[in-house]
Design a protein around this ligand. Structure first.
Ligand code: MRU
Length: 314
């Protein structure tokens, strides 16, 4: 299953704001509608945003070659933290001199590459974590097929481990304020038939401290060269709790989420969203946080396993 694709001249995506109550697919033919879908999280998750950026540029090229650069600029800045979005848009834009067919072919390759990267991450991560008895994992936000075009990163690892009979239980943080964990991860885990429990974000540290979790596995929106990891807000406290409990904190992400041009997490722009998502009064709503490299046991990509906590850089 793909959460976003190119079908008959349009971008087709599942509206994630309505899940799990309703599975509604949107057919988008205007790049600015896609910008809106990105901003309201109808399509979300770093690799899926890369696909959206890529397909959005292809959409603009199919409509009006003169408008492509401006459309690409609006797409790439629709959300700032996940590097995949700008990277997907820029990569496809670079094929503009070759015409709309080349642009579309490049966009399709972004989707194919993300799909195959997810599968490889799942296998590599399962090899890392699945050495013995079935494991109890804790995850945050949503990192399955809804977030990655196909399959998943952290949830891709869960999927492969589950196929191998090596998952005892997954604790899924509800992920305030927009409940990607309670709405989307629980929906995906139920479909996979994985034993799971949704927990309040504030319960995660004590669930870890009580010895109920063997490893924390999360995705990423941008990984700096030194191994600092930006991911959904609430990830950093999980890394602190994992370090205190002496369990691994694993980050699963494609190479397209690694940003060698950003030296450290201090250089990553953190999206500030509408305070009303948090509270109908004074509120502050940073959508991501940065986990320092020294708390990251391993970054698993489709190509390598890097250990930032041991001083390795990306
Ligand atoms: O705001 P979102 O829902 O786009 O945030 C998504 C996350 O933080 C994911 O963990 C990350 O993009 C990895 S998706 C494989």
């Amino acid at each position: 299953m793909r959460c976003i694709d190119w079908v008959d001249g349009a971008v087709v995506l599942i509206d994630q704001t309505l899940l799990p109550a309703e599975e509604r697919w949107l057919r988008i033919t205007d790049p600015d509608e896609l910008v809106d879908a990105i901003q309201r999280l109808a399509v979300r998750g770093a690799p899926a945003l890369g696909a959206a950026g890529a397909l959005g540029v292809a959409l603009a090229a199919a409509r009006d070659l003169g408008s492509v650069e401006a459309a690409a600029a609006r797409l790439r800045s629709a959300r700032p933290t996940a590097v995949n979005l700008a990277r997907g848009a820029d990569r496809v834009l670079s094929r503009l001199p070759d015409g709309p067919a080349a642009v579309l072919a490049e966009a399709r390759s972004v989707l194919e590459e993300e799909a195959s990267a997810s599968r490889a991450i799942g296998e590599r991560g399962a090899d890392l974590l699945g050495g013995g008895a079935p494991v109890r994992l804790l995850t945050h936000c949503n990192t399955g097929w809804l977030a990655t075009v196909e399959w998943g990163t952290a949830l891709g690892i869960v999927t492969v481990l589950h196929e191998r009979g090596l998952v005892e239980r997954v604790y899924a943080d509800e992920t305030r304020p927009l409940l990607q964990g309670a709405r989307l991860t629980a929906y995906e885990l139920a479909a996979l038939g994985v034993d799971h429990r949704v927990i309040a974000d504030g319960a995660a540290a004590s669930v870890i401290a009580r010895g109920l979790v063997d490893a924390v596995v999360v995705g990423a929106d941008r990984i700096a060269a030194n191994g600092d990891v930006a991911n959904k807000v609430g990830t950093y406290p999980l890394a602190l709790a994992a370090a205190r409990a002496g369990i691994p904190f694993i980050v699963a992400a494609p190479e397209s989420t690694v940003d060698p041009a950003t030296a450290t997490g201090a250089g990553i722009e953190i999206e500030a969203r509408d305070p009303a998502e948090v509270f109908a009064g004074p509120a502050y709503n940073p959508a991501f946080d940065v986990t320092p490299a020294d708390l990251v046991t391993a970054v698993v990509t489709e190509k390598r396993t890097v250990r930032p906590a041991e001083g390795e850089s990306l």
